[in-house]
Design a protein around this ligand. Structure first.
Ligand code: HEM
Length: 160
């Protein structure tokens, strides 16, 4: 139904939206709290779609984790993905616990104070660093989605 090229452009657009949204979410004062809270929930939806479209890779690595077939780069990416999963779960749970404009009292009972704000901030900072490394590790794939750029890089390399 969809060509391989259009699926891969769709994945790239999704990744760019996710990364930019994450950066905006790091500064709630810039977006305002309602947009921060709804946007944060939206990013989780994008995160789930991101994992769904990359499911073949996740399945492959999970199945080969304890075999010699898997290279170190894929093991590193997989470890980082687990850190991202934990980070996203902590950000969302703590975010819902401290939410002010969306009512989650039906889920958590009375408002949770305590350490949740600190957990939210810490998880966001650690996840931000993990997102940066994650993007860096996928850099070759990202550059390859820009044909003219990757072709001119190849030409430059051939003429060097
Ligand atoms: C990827 C998603 C998210 C990221 C990266 C993120 C990041 C942040 C950061 C960096 C702060 C500033 C903390 C501080 O300066 O103390 C913050 C504050 C806050 N976040 Fe999030 N957040 C996300 C999702 C959410 C969600 C889903 C909710 C609620 C549904 C939420 C609710 C809040 C609230 C209420 C504050 C303000 C705390 C305060 O000033 O008292 N966040 N968030």
């Amino acid at each position: 139904m969809f060509s391989k090229a259009s699926i891969s452009i769709g994945k790239l657009v999704l990744d760019i939206i996710m990364t930019v949204s994450f950066l905006l979410l790091m500064e709630p004062r810039a977006t305002g709290l309602p947009l921060h809270e709804w946007g944060g929930l939206g990013v989780v939806a994008f995160y789930l779609i991101h994992n769904f479209v990359n499911w073949p890779w996740i399945k492959f690595v999970s199945a080969n984790l304890f075999t010699a077939d898997l290279n170190a780069a894929n093991r590193l990416k997989y470890g980082l993905d687990i850190l991202l999963l934990i980070g996203f779960v902590l950000i969302i749970v703590s975010g819902m616990a401290i939410a002010k404009t969306i009512d989650f009292s039906w889920l958590f009972g009375t408002s949770w104070g305590g350490p949740w704000r600190g957990i939210h901030l810490l998880a966001s900072l650690v996840t931000l660093i993990a997102v940066g490394i994650h993007v860096g590790l996928q850099w070759d794939w990202i550059v390859a989605r820009f044909p003219s750029r990757s072709q001119s890089l190849k030409k430059e390399a051939n003429h060097a």
